[in-house]
Write a new protein. Structure first.
Ligand SMILES: [Zn+2]
Lengths: 303, 817
């Protein structure tokens, strides 16, 4: 499957690929084999052969970042197909629909299960999760989730390989939002989540902040987690979806049973002590330092 | 100019007794050079069409330095074609370069004049046939902001917007602009000194840091008014070497400079006071307005502007439309409207605070009135430079107040024209200021192990404190900003405290003020003046950051009486000045306004007191303390123990008013006070303190510590030169502020002790000579023939309140002891 990614290779566009398919050429190996049949342009040192070898090396090393960067977007599903077990599916909720709304909730779903990060409780711990992530999968994350995470934590652009399922699905012929894709593919959410949308998520959060009613938070978490469950269902079945032969029986999918029944906010993973700059050396009580600390406390107290 | 002759004629006729000096500053010829040979032909044509066939010499030098890519500071007078010096080389480069670079133009005021944009806009238009320029300030509408970010190559802004609007968005809207940034033009760079300069210096550190990230390395082009150390100042501000172009080749017309000292008056009692500048400026302003002479009058404080405006237009509705007060506290639309009317001539007279000292081009003015000395020689000439931009006659009238520095200047008129201009100072590594900018920097981009913009002990300390309280947290090998807010919003470059109090009248905000100012002027029952109207503060809520006022009709104003406790917590240097113990170090200040005085508008009578209930204001700063020589003290104590206190309070008053002129500070930058400490049980020692009124200190007191001898000599000269007999506000008043010891007060109010004892202390400190002061009683005044004001309900209420207040204070004191 992964070796069927041809569109990033020099000289191969959709037209050329169609022609290659007609000749029964589907993979990197097929293309290299053609070299022996003496087709022009495929000498050992040709750019095409170089690119194929490079792609093979990357695939062999599991260099997901290289593939995400270099593969054409229409071939991203192949990476997903191969690596979805190692991926972290992510979705965020915000406290409003404006550009500067704050993140309220982040859900990550990977082999360890579904993890919940809640503003005011453990939101920052998501950064440790990111550091352990090999591949991100989101829906619309390139323009929404990731920039917001970078902005919320004031961190430089996240360099973890990222596949945006929105574009994968678009290339597979499924335009539009996640809900409409679920509908087309017959994916049904648990009954309590049917009909919930982003606006309701904002309402749930604000209402929870006002009342402290834990059921509201649970509902919000379940709603957000349902999105990542759908992402994972799509990723696991991506080859069939792209093929136009999606499997049937998405309702009552076993993954739905992983949805949390109550807020499960795990204690933060302890941060390893890093060697810090430049302050770490100085300890002890210097009068200048005490003065400055006193001032800083006063200033913070003033708000 | 016939109309101007009428005004000077009026001045010379009416105030001939009070004119202490009349200098005629001769016109100066210009020093010219050819247009640069390589100048872009389109620019040459545009200039020649405007009749410009040569440049002033300094403009030519600037052209070469700036095009050579050198960071350049141009020291010039307001009138000398700054715009051309800056923009000719930059436009030349802009038209030659491919692809276009961007230029940031920074003006120091929050209120930017649209006129700067127009002057340059016209030049831009003829030169580039495009208008790739926009103003980005607090008043720029949201829609326009995005267009500016997207298309402008030239952006006009101010340090506050750079700090809170541009830098926090450097990786979004401003990325393209910053990555192409080639020149940063900074007008009036001398205003970036002291605490404000220290803040701005850190804003520039942040700017250069993000420029580096986006791959640009801009060149700085600055203009500075004349200061003593222009090169050293910009180097301290921007942390890099500069080329200084200090010769100004522009011509100047004849300027008449009058020194006016209002007369001394005797009241019914024995007290002597000097009439205020209003006794001259009111009539002079009316005459100028009648004659249509374009006039500006500078006052030192906002409240003075309001009072003077009221006095000038009182009973003269015909003038009210032509004269306007202008000060910083106005809302943007009011401010703009005023600038416009002045520009188009609907208004020909403006009464202003120092806000207009900055080079906003409001057209050509003919008469400049300085109501009191602006504090420094540099700003005296800055303000005086508002007139005489065209080659016509210009007149400057300086009216002295009764402050020591004013009286010194008006009696030494040569000093102004001969003395060296002050040096400008700042301290970019003030840890208190750094502590505010490091979170902003981390918010802009995580702090990396090596930051070329920031380093040193103060930086490390700030990082440590901020990481201890989790404002910044480790992330990989950096520190990221960990809070969910915009730290820049909480940092006010212009105030020690970082927010403003909104002043509400009904539901309308009529102004804003920093919280320290609010404590001293907007406490409950204070009278607040705004646009010629008076309001009474009903409620000051520092937590909610608002003050409610109601319009009132009263004829008095209010003045707060502060109580201060000082302690030197950390001595950095300790020395001996002719037996006096002199220390420099960190001072802990605890100050609280306790009472206010009600003072009748015209007569300045004290007509009552009221309590102020506000929490103390505490901070640490740098300062000096001075304990008089032991021998001097024992000789004084032998005569009268109270002489020591009299001398310290007297010198405190005088130093506070003279020190700012020695280190280019504003009056509000330096404070002095006398504070006592118990050395051992029953043994108290009084010391005179002089310190920066800015948290952490920004270098003013440090300068005075270095130049203490000069400062003391200036004080002695002022006392010796004063015309009074028994002390007055122009030297040392009989009862200097801050005295709250009854026995001392008793000695002071009816004697010349304050001034005589101060003189004795100065003599000991300067010459090491101990002279007993010749203290004599002032004859008790005959019963006053002025009837006391009728006892009214208000006064009864106030008296009751005062009694209550003094009981509260007394019980508090008892509790403390
Ligand atoms: Zn005097």
């Amino acid at each position: 499957m992964i070796d069927g990614a041809l569109l990033h290779l020099p000289g191969i566009g959709p037209e050329k690929r169609r022609a290659l398919y007609q000749r029964g050429i589907h993979t990197w190996s097929d293309l290299l084999d053609e070299e022996e049949s003496g087709l022009p342009g495929l000498a050992a040192a040709s750019p095409l052969a170089e690119a194929i070898h490079e792609s093979r090396r990357a695939a062999g090393n599991g260099d997901i970042g290289w593939m995400v960067r270099r593969f054409h977007r229409a071939d991203h599903w192949r990476i997903l197909d191969r690596y979805h077990r190692e991926a972290t599916f992510i979705d965020i909720e915000t406290d409003g629909l404006e550009a500067d709304s704050r993140i309220t909730l982040i859900i990550c779903f990977n082999g360890d299960g579904i993890r919940t990060y809640v503003q005011g409780r453990n939101l920052d711990d998501v950064l440790d999760e990111l550091d352990r992530t090999r591949l991100f999968v989101s829906f619309n994350g390139a323009s929404f989730d990731l920039p917001r995470i970078e902005n919320a934590f004031r961190i430089p652009p996240i360099s973890i390989p990222h596949i945006d399922l929105r574009w994968v699905m678009t290339h597979a012929g499924f335009q539009g939002g996640l809900k409409s894709i679920e509908k087309k593919l017959g994916i049904t959410r648990p009954r309590d989540l049917v009909g919930s949308d982003g606006a309701e998520a904002v309402w749930l959060w604000n209402r929870w902040k006002e009342t402290g009613n834990p059921e509201l938070l649970t509902k919000l978490i379940r709603y957000c987690a349902a999105d990542v469950v759908t992402l994972r269902i799509l990723a696991e079945n991506i080859a069939g979806i792209v093929d136009g032969t999606p499997p049937q029986g998405f309702d009552n999918h076993p993954l739905w049973q992983l949805l949390p029944e109550e807020p499960d906010i795990r204690p933060p993973v302890p941060v390893q002590n890093q060697v810090l700059h430049p302050a770490e050396a100085e300890t002890g009580t210097d009068p200048a330092e005490e003065r400055l600390r006193r001032h800083h406390r006063r200033r913070k107290a003033q708000g | 100019m016939a109309n101007m002759d009428k005004v000077t004629g009026f001045l010379e006729r009416t105030y001939h007794k009070q004119i202490r000096a009349h200098h005629v500053l001769e016109p100066e010829e210009g020093d010219y050079t050819d247009l640069p040979a390589n100048l872009h032909p389109k620019l040459r044509t545009a200039l020649e069409q405007d009749g410009i066939r040569s440049l002033y010499r300094h403009q030519g030098e600037a052209f070469n330095a700036i095009l050579g890519g050198r960071d350049t500071v141009l020291v010039s007078r307001t009138a000398s074609g700054k715009t051309l010096s800056f923009f000719l080389p930059i436009l030349h480069d802009y038209m030659t370069a491919e692809p276009p670079f961007s230029v940031m133009l920074l003006y120091p005021t929050k209120a930017l004049s649209r006129d700067q944009e127009n002057t340059l806009g016209r030049l831009m238009h003829t030169a580039t046939e495009s208008r790739k320029m926009g103003t980005f300030d607090g008043d720029t509408p949201r829609e326009e902001r995005q267009t500016i970010q997207r298309v402008a190559d030239f952006v006009i802004t101010n340090p506050d917007m750079l700090h809170a609007g541009i830098l926090p968005n450097h990786h979004r809207g401003w990325k393209s602009f910053l990555s192409r940034l080639k020149y940063i033009v900074i007008d009036e760079v001398h205003t970036y000194r002291g605490a404000f300069g220290s803040h701005v210096s850190n804003v520039f550190r942040r700017l250069l840091r993000v420029c580096e990230m986006h791959g640009s390395r801009p060149v700085f082009v600055c203009s500075s008014a004349t200061v003593g150390n222009p090169g050293a100042h910009v180097e301290a501000l921007f942390h890099r070497p500069f080329e200084v172009i200090a010769k100004d080749g522009a011509p100047r017309p004849q300027r008449d400079l009058y020194f006016v000292n209002p007369p001394l008056m005797k009241t019914a009692g024995s007290a002597v006071y000097r009439k205020g500048p209003g006794s001259v400026s009111v009539k002079l302003l009316r005459t100028a307005a009648e004659q249509g002479v374009r006039t500006i009058c500078f006052c030192r404080a906002r409240q003075e502007v309001e009072r003077l405006y009221r006095a000038v237009t009182d009973g003269r509705p015909d003038l009210a439309g032509r004269i306007k007060p202008y000060r910083g506290g106005l809302l943007p639309n009011e401010r703009r409207e005023l600038e416009r009317s002045l520009f188009d001539g609907t208004i020909n007279t403006i009464i202003s605070t120092n806000a207009l000292e900055l080079g906003i081009d409001i057209g050509d003015l003919d008469l400049c009135i300085l109501s009191g000395h602006p504090g420094t020689i540099a700003s005296f000439w800055q303000q005086a430079g508002r007139v005489g931009r065209k080659a016509s006659r210009a007149v400057i009238v300086y009216i002295a107040k009764d402050t020591p520095i004013d009286q010194y200047l008006v009696t030494h008129p040569d000093f102004i024209t001969r003395a060296a201009v002050e040096e400008a100072w700042l301290n970019a590594d003030n840890p208190y200021i750094l502590l505010q900018h490091i979170p902003c920097a981390a918010h802009e981009y995580p702090l990396r192990p090596e930051e070329s913009a920031f380093s040193g002990k103060a930086y490390n300390l700030a990082v440590k404190i901020l990481s201890d309280d989790k404002t910044i947290v480790p992330y990989h090998d950096c520190y990221r900003y960990a809070l969910q807010d915009y730290p820049a919003r909480g940092v006010n470059l212009r105030g020690m405290t970082d927010y403003n109090v909104d002043i509400y009248c009904g539901s309308e905000v009529i102004g804003e003020i920093d919280p320290i100012g609010a404590r001293g002027t907007l406490y409950k029952d204070a009278i607040y003046q705004h646009l010629g109207r008076r309001y009474m503060s009903m409620d000051l809520d520092l937590d909610k950051k608002l003050c409610r006022v109601e319009e009132v009709n009263v004829d008095y104003y209010t003045e707060a009486v502060w109580e201060k406790r000082l302690e030197m917590t950390d001595v950095e240097t300790e020395g001996d000045v002719r037996g006096a113990q002199l220390k420099f170090g960190y001072v802990h200040v605890n100050s609280q306004p306790k009472l206010y005085k009600k003072i009748r508008e015209r007569s300045f009578e004290n007509i009552g007191y009221g309590p102020i209930t506000l929490p103390p204001f505490e901070y640490d700063t740098t300062g000096l303390s001075l304990v008089p020589p032991a021998e001097w003290k024992s000789r004084m104590a032998g005569a009268d123990r109270r002489y020591i206190g009299a001398a310290l309070f007297g010198l405190s008053y005088l130093l506070c008013r003279t020190a700012p002129s020695l280190c280019m500070a504003d009056a509000k930058d330096i404070e002095t006070d006398v504070s006592s400490h118990e050395l051992e049980p029953q043994t108290w020692q009084s010391a005179l303190y002089l310190y920066d009124a800015h948290e952490g200190g920004v270098g003013y007191a440090e300068k005075i510590h270095e130049k203490l001898d000069e400062a003391l000599r200036l004080c002695r000269e002022i006392i010796d030169g004063c015309e009074c007999e028994n002390g007055c506000p122009s030297c040392v008043p009989p009862l200097p502020p801050g005295v709250n010891d009854e026995e001392l007060e008793e000695l002071l109010i009816e004697s010349n002790a304050a001034v005589q004892c101060s003189r004795s202390l100065l003599q000991a400190l300067i010459e090491g000579e101990i002279l007993l002061p010749e203290v004599s009683q002032i004859r008790r005044p005959l019963p006053s023939d002025i009837a006391p004001p009728p006892e009214d309900e208000e006064e009864v209420r106030l008296t009751n309140r005062l009694t209550r207040a003094s009981q509260i204070l007394k019980s508090k004191r008892e509790r403390e002891h």
